[in-house]
Design a binder for this molecule. Structure first.
Ligand code: CP
Ligand code: NVA
Length: 308
């Protein structure tokens, strides 16, 4: 019997040992790229990217990454493919996965990508769903490790919406054994089942965002209204008004705390301009690392453990 196909649909699809390997490979691949040293381990491989929501970073990093590794990437969206005209996800998966080597999908419900993966002959990568954004958290944790060393035992403060980013941080905390201090407005609390958690042991909830930030090694946030939730925007602007990461929160955090944001950001809403543009912020390094970490992920899903 063939080995089952390895997908990356949620953060916990990778074990700690696999993540250690992935981060080591990320460093090697990034260093080669910085030295302009060609590395074409994915020659002749093709990635199909299916977008049901907008993207700058995800599209660019996957497309550039495949190109840099000697392969190619094809951009598909639901506006001008049959996916937008009601072709069943299962049928699309059967067909697309016979023509390419790997598929990345950005869509709405997690269930859609799970159904696609169940009918795919090739690895499927979650490029963001309503529930999770695992590629982003790979980049964030790699960035933290690069700047500050291992994340195990550290404290991450999450301020704002319990959205796809928050859920994925919580999953990562379980896999990599760190703590998350979460502060959301009332009515927007974490739903452990939706977050796909085994327990509530790796996070603590705080009413006051300032308390969540106290002593944290990393403070992070995201937009108040995620893609797909635009109809709730006015209501959310009011509910989240006190959940802006500002300099007082960064002062309350550890002295060498980092600030991260997956981007795009709204200065003056979820983050003050002097925080995102200030000395604690590593948002540009974080964005760049999407490229490097996803190249390592593509290589791992397609070729397994490469040591070269
Ligand atoms: N952070 C992120 O996923 O950005 P895009 O929406 O631009 O892909
Ligand atoms: N939570 C945001 C992340 C965008 C990269 C969204 O889903 O819109």
């Amino acid at each position: 019997m063939l080995n089952p196909v390895k997908h990356f649909l949620q953060f916990k699809d990778l074990t700690r040992a696999e993540l250690d390997h992935l981060f080591l490979r990320t460093r090697v691949i990034k260093e080669r790229f910085k030295r302009y040293q060609p590395y074409h381990s994915l020659a002749d491989r093709t990635l199909a990217m299916i977008f049901e929501k907008s993207s700058t970073r995800t599209r660019l990093s996957f497309e550039a990454g495949m190109h840099q590794m000697g392969g190619s990437a094809i951009y598909l969206n639901t506006r001008d493919t049959q996916l937008g005209r009601g072709e069943p996800v299962e049928d699309a998966a059967e067909v697309i996965s016979r023509m390419v080597d790997v598929v990345m999908i950005r869509t709405f419900e997690q269930e859609i990508i799970e159904r696609f993966a169940a009918h795919s002959r090739v690895p499927v990568i979650n490029g963001l769903t309503n529930e999770y954004h695992p590629c982003q958290i790979l980049a964030d944790i790699y960035t933290f490790t690069e700047q500050r060393g291992p994340i195990q035992g550290k404290t991450v403060a999450w301020v704002g919406d319990s959205n796809n980013m928050c859920n994925t941080w919580l999953q990562a905390a379980e896999v990599l054994d760190f703590n998350v201090h979460v502060s959301t407005p009332p009515g927007y609390e974490v739903e452990p089942e939706r977050a796909g958690l085994f327990s509530t042991a790796h996070y603590e909830e705080f009413r006051d965002p300032m308390d969540a930030c106290r002593g944290a090694d990393l403070v992070t946030t995201d937009v108040w209204t995620s893609m797909g939730f635009e109809a709730e925007n006015a209501e959310r602007m009011t509910a989240f008004a006190d959940w802006q990461v500002d300099t007082d929160m960064m002062v309350a955090a550890a002295q060498d705390a980092l600030f991260m944001h997956c981007l795009p950001a709204h200065r003056g809403e979820e983050v003050a301009a002097d925080v995102i543009d200030g000395p604690h912020s590593v948002v540009w390094e974080e964005a760049e690392n999407r490229l490097h970490v996803q190249k390592a992920l593509l290589e791992y899903l397609l070729l397994g453990r490469v040591e070269a």
